[in-house]
Every structure is written in C-alpha cells, then in structure tokens.
Design a protein. Structure first.
Length: 199
C-alpha cells in the first residue's frame, strides 16, 4: 500500500485513519527518503499468547540483574530510542503521528530501567484485544528481551488475543514466534476485536 501524495500521507497519519489501517492489518514504515508507506504482507509473524516460550537463559539472566520494568512511564522516549539507529523506518513524521495516537491512549510501551536510566524497551499500538508490536531497542544486555517477556505476561493477564510482531527475526523466534498466512491472521484480528481489552 502506498499513500502516494504527501497530502494523502498526512491524512493517513491522522489518529482515526491510522487506527483503521492497523485494524485492517496494515502498518507504516518510512523509507530512506522519509516517504511513508503502509504494508500488509501476506505472511504475518505473531507470538501466540497461548503457546509462547520464554528463553531459560533470559530467566536466568534476569535473576542476576536488577532491571525494573515499567509500563507507559516514558513512551515517547522509547519510540525515540527505537528510532535512534543508523538506518530507521521510524521517521520524525511517524514519531509525531505516534505522539497523537499516544494522547488517544492507543500507543503503549514496556520499558526496562536500570539504576534510574531507560536502557531498553518496546512499543506498539493497541486496538481492543490486539497489540501491534512496532519496534524495540536495547542499551544493556537482554533489556529489550526483558521488556518482551513482561509484555507477553501482561497481555495474557489483560486477556489480549493477538500479539502481532510483523516480521520474523531470530530474536522473536526464541519467544515462539510463528508465521501465519493472512487468512489465519484475519481470523485472529476478528477474535481480537470482540474483546474490549484495556492495556
């Protein structure tokens, strides 16, 4: 999906339109020129909330280090942390769009803190029983994995149906991520939208 003209892009980045696109299974990414495109791959990656895996090495590591996990404490800084890399799909225009969604209560973060500093985390978009994971970052060992661990626990506690992580990576595969076709993904979307979940 390509929004095309710049004016169309701005229209699609309005909070209501963004939510409608996410709800249909699409997600935005900016290219190297800052142009924002919406994608809807035929193969989607999810972490099944009823059949996930927490790596033993992560559990062991977290027993040895005093990480603090916070929810929605500094969401915008998490987004900026995710964008702070040599090549990023999170443009300044997207950050501003996420700020608007955050004010509406549809962007959430799970944050890893160490000695009073933000050292990792993740963020995503929520719509009813679906959490659309967008990005994560880490400045200390296992910091982003710790946030993902707590996200999975939290989504189960809150009765969420879907944890969408977009594309498969070795990092996500460790947590039991699987690829499904869009027809199966749509069924999960429908099931998620029957739940009035609060993050």
């Amino acid at each position: 999906m390509n929004p095309g003209k710049n004016s169309d892009t701005k229209e699609l980045l309005k909070p209501g339109n963004m939510l409608r696109l996410y709800a249909s299974g699409a997600f935005p990414m900016a290219d190297d020129n800052g142009r924002i495109n919406w994608f809807m791959p035929e193969i989607r990656t999810i972490i099944p909330l009823n059949n996930y895996n927490i790596p033993r090495s992560l559990k062991s590591f977290l027993k040895k280090i005093n990480y603090e996990i916070r929810f929605d404490y500094d969401c915008i800084e998490v987004i900026k942390g995710c964008a702070d890399r040599e090549r990023t799909w999170i443009s300044n225009e997207l950050i501003e769009a996420y700020k608007r969604l955050h004010k509406r209560g549809n962007v959430h973060s799970v944050e890893t803190w160490y000695e009073g500093k933000l050292v990792g985390g993740l963020y995503g978009i929520t719509f009813r029983g679906a959490f659309f994971g967008e990005s994560m970052f880490s400045r200390k060992p296992q910091a982003s994995k710790a946030a993902l661990y707590k996200l999975i626990e939290h989504l189960n506690l809150k009765d969420f149906v879907l944890l969408d992580v977009q594309y498969m990576t070795p990092h996500l595969k460790m947590f039991g991520a699987i690829e499904i076709d869009f027809e199966e993904y749509n069924k999960l979307l429908y099931s998620a939208y029957t739940r009035a979940c609060e993050f």
